[in-house]
Design a protein around this ligand. Structure first.
Ligand code: SAM
Length: 347
């Protein structure tokens, strides 16, 4: 008998996220022409319940707004390019949506990391789909790694990695080294503003492992000597996660996941909204804010959008929706080194 892999249930959460995204697109909440190429047998998948569709919509729309604000800020500050790194990217389609949208020229590099089992499937899905691969470049520019676990193209890069491994070794090898033997610049340049996306991934890791991960980026972007005047180096971060799980409803959520062998070691140290910005502030970020999806739905989506989505499906369980949305939050922040002017509060 094969020994059970304790991480397989964590990886399975990617299918949940992808199926929820597909369902929200099919029901008209979100526009995403790419998701169906990343979900196996997409046309046969049944829709998810309205509550899941609304939750997926609120999360995606709000993270989209934050990413747009970040890119707009990069453009306003006259930066030449902007890098985005998605950690635990799973089957996310954000790269394709951005690369075919108004900010496509602002993004100089987009890197996705996940377990090798997930990135192998994604690399395969990309290479099989003209709709996905043509956005990355010409056929000669899009290359699957020999191992099959990664993919490279001029802007988009995909790597298989366990994010809990000591980052100094694992990330340095991938990000701080030149991507090809004929190049001397590292894949991830500390001189280009970089946005780190942690969309529903840090909760599955211990607080120590996530702290090491964020700290690796801070160290990599820090100037070695701080005496002379230097161009500002900027890191932005967005975390989407479950939180506040100590109340009765939170415990039900935790138990449902436990029944599927998924534990949430990363949620425990952040029991309240006030504690969430610590994810970033403890690493010297200059500003960080957190809001629950309930607050974001109430005050950040706009009445036109709320009216539009209220007509898509009957949703009887408004109280349950509010309870669910109250247990998810988005935290964002900015870290800056250097001496020039730059905005820490970008959204
Ligand atoms: N970010 C994507 C989204 O929002 O659609 C996927 C979210 S899914 C809930 C969590 C993802 O994090 C999965 O793809 C899983 O494989 C990945 N993940 C969790 N722990 C990880 C680790 N230690 N190393 C790499 N990836 C990890």
């Amino acid at each position: 008998r094969e020994p059970t892999d304790p991480d397989s249930s964590i990886r399975a959460t990617d299918s949940d996220a992808a199926l929820a995204r597909l369902s929200a697109v099919q029901k008209g909440y979100l526009v995403d022409p790419f998701v169906r190429y990343l979900v196996p047998r997409a046309h046969l998948q049944p829709p998810r319940p309205p509550l899941i569709n609304v939750g997926t919509y609120v999360r995606t729309a709000c993270i989209d707004k934050l990413v747009d604000a970040w890119l707009e800020n990069c453009a306003i500050e006259g930066r030449s390019g902007c890098q985005i790194l998605s950690l635990g990217a799973g089957s996310d389609t954000r790269f394709w949506r951005l690369a075919t949208g108004p900010w496509k020229d602002t993004i100089s590099k987009y890197i996705e990391l996940d377990f090798p089992e997930i990135t192998t499937k994604k690399a395969m899905a990309i290479s099989k789909s003209r709709e996905l691969s043509s956005v990355l470049g010409t056929p000669g520019e899009v290359q699957i790694d020999k191992s099959g676990t990664g993919l490279r193209s001029p802007k988009y890069h995909l790597f298989g990695i366990d994010l809990r491994l000591p980052p100094a070794h694992a990330l340095s090898t991938l990000l701080a080294s030149p991507p090809a033997s004929d190049s001397t610049v590292p894949l991830l340049s500390p001189d280009v503003p970089t946005l780190l996306l942690f969309e529903c991934v840090l909760v599955y890791m211990t607080p120590e492992a996530s702290a090491q991960l964020v700290q690796w980026f801070v160290d990599y972007f820090s100037y070695e000597d701080s005496t002379s005047s230097r161009e500002p180096r900027v890191l932005g971060g967005i975390v989407y996660e479950m939180f506040g799980l100590n109340d009765p409803f939170g415990r039900v959520m935790v138990n449902n996941l436990k029944a599927r062998n998924v534990s949430l070691p990363g949620a425990e140290p952040y029991p309240t909204m006030e504690s969430l910005p610590q994810r970033f502030l403890q690493h010297g970020f200059r500003a960080s804010h957190a809001l629950s999806l309930r607050e974001l739905r109430a005050s950040h989506l706009g009445t036109t959008e709320l009216e539009r989505i209220s007509k898509l499906e009957m949703l009887d369980e408004i109280e349950e929706l509010e309870l669910v949305l109250e247990h998810y939050a988005i935290t964002w922040g900015a870290w800056i080194d250097g001496t020039g002017e730059t905005k820490a509060d970008w959204a």
